[in-house]
Design a binder for this molecule. Structure first.
Ligand SMILES: Nc1nc2c(c(=O)[nH]1)N[C@H]1C(S)=C(S)[C@@H](COP(=O)(O)OP(=O)(O)OC[C@H]3O[C@@H](n4cnc5c(=O)[nH]c(N)nc54)[C@H](O)[C@@H]3O)O[C@H]1N2
Ligand SMILES: Nc1nc2c(c(=O)[nH]1)N[C@H]1C(S)=C(S)[C@@H](COP(=O)(O)OP(=O)(O)OC[C@H]3O[C@@H](n4cnc5c(=O)[nH]c(N)nc54)[C@H](O)[C@@H]3O)O[C@H]1N2
Ligand SMILES: [Mo]
Length: 756
């Protein structure tokens, strides 16, 4: 992959539809590069099929309702192929390279070595990873955990790829051992959505499903780059446009998915270059301006209701909600001037959006990280719910809140118990069914874990997938935290930075990927996953494992658990022998999983029952609750900019496929910052000029990156954008939301100056 990096940086604004032939070409180049021309396409045909095949590990967007037919996307293909590469990184590689040497390698080069093939232990004397047997590795983990003064000195991280069965075993191990220290990628992702929806509606999840998307008259898409990060949403948007639905995109950047697309599986349109629009209106608020925008829409709606009683749904408000009068007062008393200033949109633009919302009988509001990774992420999601409630847009077809989840099973992880603040009822059930005594006090999340490592309070870290060292904020600080640990354990498929930023002792435990066959005593096993719309279905690998020495994630967890808890009465080995047994236990513990083994084998799986969809709200008032947050001040101080970090088109979180970002017109460049042309002029900058970016944290400390390239872009004044994970060095560990504890990855306060 490295040769990709040598070209000259280029910037040429992209004017073509999303997906279509550009995507097809990019996929072909990728398959050629990965030498997967045969296996790649075969796997893709197997992916996301009803009654067989594996779940696409690309994203959490649900599968098509007309059967899981070929609804594939460029990035899903890249991601599957990434896992199926023929390249292997075995003991010879590690014998040839010390960690000090590998430290100097790029992250792309590390992953490009291919799939990990056998368990490895860090050998301090030679500064190398050396092979270790599975039993010895498990015993090392068990001994380290048993040696701690308290179970709370260990943390168990989950990345959202882990299947439901492994997830359940993982949290069972942590809780039987005695801690709720279960940080996960969700702490950086949709924590705000979960907390807001729980408080407002008594459910941590969105209520709209894919049928609702197909029935909505208006779709509001906020803070998501659909063409790159949830490409199959483009199909839903194009189909919505064809049936005449309104589609309003709310994003400081006009992303490719907010213009038009060629639907990947629509071969006729693909062949004839016909694009379908995916937007009826684009609004470009300032970074962090979403709450003010939504409040403005609500204010306009209340004003309309004075002469147009149908503008709000009074009957629903009276019978099903609580607090609307207070909310009305808040809206009425917030001046338009403040809403304009804080949203970065004009009163006319906000009123026009409100009119679209008023005229639609059924509306869905969907959002992703552009809304959540902010100081006021929880308030903003609650404001979204407020607006939905005003017109009864919940619990009827074609309506509802619809967060776009990230990792393919991040929602399932929460459902199956990965939560550092577990509900007491869940723990009661777990105790009763599994015969354990789980701790009741809350555990640590991602930021809390990193801080505890520095204090010496977390001494053993287990990473179940993911790339903690790069995904977490404040890169050097996080690395130093990992290095202070006595033991770091990474269960992974490929080599990454988290294997190099290790504890005094370290293990790499390589696992089967989702595309691979998983044989246990009872035969071929399947695991289940939950998509962003609460559908649970089975995923079955179809490829020969990358190495005969790999174990499945459930087997690795059970191995570590048995070694940690020699007295345990949990049937760890039986669970691994037949995942149906795990599912039988899950069916007794988890709400909505009754008869799990039967229902998960339905062709399309099953939807987890959700009270809020039936207008039953498990909140203190037993009604949907309005919120009345203060309008946050998000306007950057003079001379500073608000910077959001985001993904390029050609990356998957910390995995960078190339240095291109096709839809944004970028080639061969990642160290860049997108700026408004006037903000560039103020600073005397021209395209590609080198700049230093300095972020000032809440505590006044500063962090910089140097020699980034300035790129003029259609983005509101005062706003800037660049790529994660590189820019995580700018994000101070203490800069997390007081509402969600999420790092403020979309709102860094920065200055941008010409490099000297
Ligand atoms: N191909 C691919 N797919 C992925 C991923 C990947 O890395 N690659 N990652 C997966 C994961 S884990 C996740 S969580 C999702 C992430 O999906 P996204 O949320 O789309 O991820 P980002 O790239 O962070 O893009 C955030 C978007 O929010 C916009 N934005 C920034 N600030 C604001 C704001 O203040 N208000 C509004 N309204 N918008 C704003 C940005 O312009 C950008 O379009 O994608 C998932 N799918
Ligand atoms: N600045 C900034 N930082 C961010 C974000 C942002 O928008 N801005 N986004 C945040 C978000 S939303 C998220 S979700 C996190 C992502 O955080 P993580 O989930 O921790 O990171 P990933 O890059 O998705 O993890 C990639 C690694 O997972 C391993 N892997 C892949 N497949 C498998 C598998 O099947 N099993 C196992 N065990 N391992 C596997 C591989 O070794 C690979 O190197 O990053 C967060 N960080
Ligand atoms: Mo995510």
């Amino acid at each position: 992959m490295d040769e990709q990096r040598e070209g000259q940086p280029e910037f040429k604004p992209y004017h073509h539809p999303a997906a279509g032939w550009g995507a097809a070409k990019s996929v072909t180049q990728f398959l050629v590069r990965e030498r997967e021309l045969v296996a790649g396409p075969r796997a893709i045909v197997k992916m996301n099929h009803e009654n067989g095949g594996f779940d696409c590990p690309g994203c959490a967007w649900p599968d098509d309702t007309k059967g899981l037919h070929l609804d594939i996307c460029e990035n899903g293909i890249k991601h599957v192929t990434w896992e199926m590469t023929r390249k292997r990184v075995g003991a010879e590689f590690f014998a040839a390279h010390t960690l000090s040497e590998l430290d100097g390698w790029s992250d792309t080069a590390l992953e490009a070595q291919g799939r990990l093939t056998e368990p490895l232990r860090y050998d301090e004397k030679t500064d190398r990873y050396v092979p270790i047997s599975w039993d010895k590795a498990f015993e090392l983990v068990g001994a380290a955990l048993r040696g701690l003064d308290s179970p709370d000195q260990a943390a168990f991280y989950t990345s959202g790829r882990l299947g439901n069965e492994a997830t359940f075993l993982y949290q069972l191990w942590a809780r039987e051992y005695g801690t709720n220290n279960l940080p996960d990628c969700s702490n950086m992702c949709h924590e705000a959505s979960g907390r807001a929806l729980q408080a407002a509606l008594g459910t941590g999840k969105g209520t709209a499903d894919i049928h609702d998307w197909e029935a909505a008259d208006a779709l509001f898409i906020m803070g998501v780059n659909a063409a790159s990060n949830a490409p199959r949403m483009l199909t839903a948007l194009a189909e919505a446009h064809r049936r005449g639905a309104q589609i309003v995109h709310v994003n400081p950047l006009v992303e490719a998915g907010a213009t038009r697309t060629i639907i990947p599986h629509d071969f006729v349109r693909m062949a004839t270059f016909q694009a379908t629009p995916t937007s009826t209106r684009n609004l470009q608020p300032r970074i962090g301006g979403d709450l003010a925008f939504i409040r403005g829409m609500a204010k306009a709606l209340f004003e309309m209701a004075e002469t147009d009683p149908e503008a709000i749904n009074s009957e629903f408000l009276e019978t099903c909600t609580s607090g609307v009068e207070k909310y009305r007062v808040v809206c009425e008393t917030t001046p338009w001037a403040d809403l304009e200033r804080q949203s970065g949109l004009t009163e006319a633009e906000i009123r026009a959006a409100a009119k679209i919302y008023r005229d639609a009988d059924r509306s869905i509001i969907s959002w992703c990280l552009g809304v959540t990774q902010h100081e006021h992420g929880v308030d903003t999601v609650r404001e979204i719910v407020n607006l939905l409630l005003l017109r009864g847009n919940i619990g009827r077809p074609g309506t509802g809140p619809s967060p776009v989840r990230g990792h393919s099973n991040v929602q399932g992880n929460r459902t199956c118990g990965i939560d550092h603040r577990p509900a007491p009822e869940f723990l009661d059930k777990l105790a009763e069914v599994c015969g354990i005594d789980p701790p009741r006090h809350h555990g640590l999340d991602t930021v809390g874990t990193i801080e505890a490592m520095h204090r010496g309070d977390v001494r053993v870290f287990v990473g179940m997938g993911g790339n903690f060292a790069l995904a977490a904020p404040d890169t050097p600080y996080t690395a130093a935290g990992l290095r202070k640990c006595e033991l770091t354990v990474q269960v992974s498929t490929k080599l990454n930075r988290s294997h190099l930023e290790h504890g005094k002792q370290a293990l790499i435990l390589p696992c089967l990927g989702r595309t691979e066959k998983d044989f246990q005593t009872a035969g071929l096993q399947s695991t289940s996953v939950e998509d962003a719309m609460s559908m649970v279905h089975l995923s079955t690998g179809m490829k020969k494992p990358a190495s005969p020495h790999l174990l499945s994630e459930p087997a690795i967890i059970a191995g570590m658990a048995s070694a940690t808890l020699p007295e345990s009465s949990t049937p760890w080995a039986d669970y691994v022998g037949d995942y149906d047994r795990i599912r039988d236990t899950m069916a007794q513990v988890l709400d909505g999983f009754e008869d799990f083994n039967t229902r998960v084998r339905e062709p399309l799986g099953f939807r987890i029952r959700q009270a809020a969809r039936e207008r039953v709200f498990h909140t203190p008032s037993e009604r949907a609750e309005f919120s009345t947050a203060d309008l946050p001040d998000v306007v950057p101080a003079a001379g500073t900019l608000a910077l959001g970090t985001m993904r390029s088109h050609d990356q998957w979180n910390t995995t960078i496929y190339s240095d291109d970002d096709r839809y944004r017109g970028i080639k061969n460049l990642r160290t860049l910052v997108f700026l408004n042309a006037e903000d560039m002029r103020d600073r005397g900058l021209s395209e590609f000029d080198e700049v230093d970016i300095t972020a000032t944290a809440k505590d006044g400390t500063t962090r910089s990156v140097r020699r980034y390239r300035a790129i003029p872009y259609d983005i509101p004044r005062g706003c800037a954008a660049g790529y994660m994970p590189e820019m995580n060095v700018l994000c101070a560990i203490g800069d997390y939301s007081t509402q969600s504890d999420q790092p403020l990855m979309k709102h860094l306060k920065v200055t941008v100056e010409r490099s000297v």
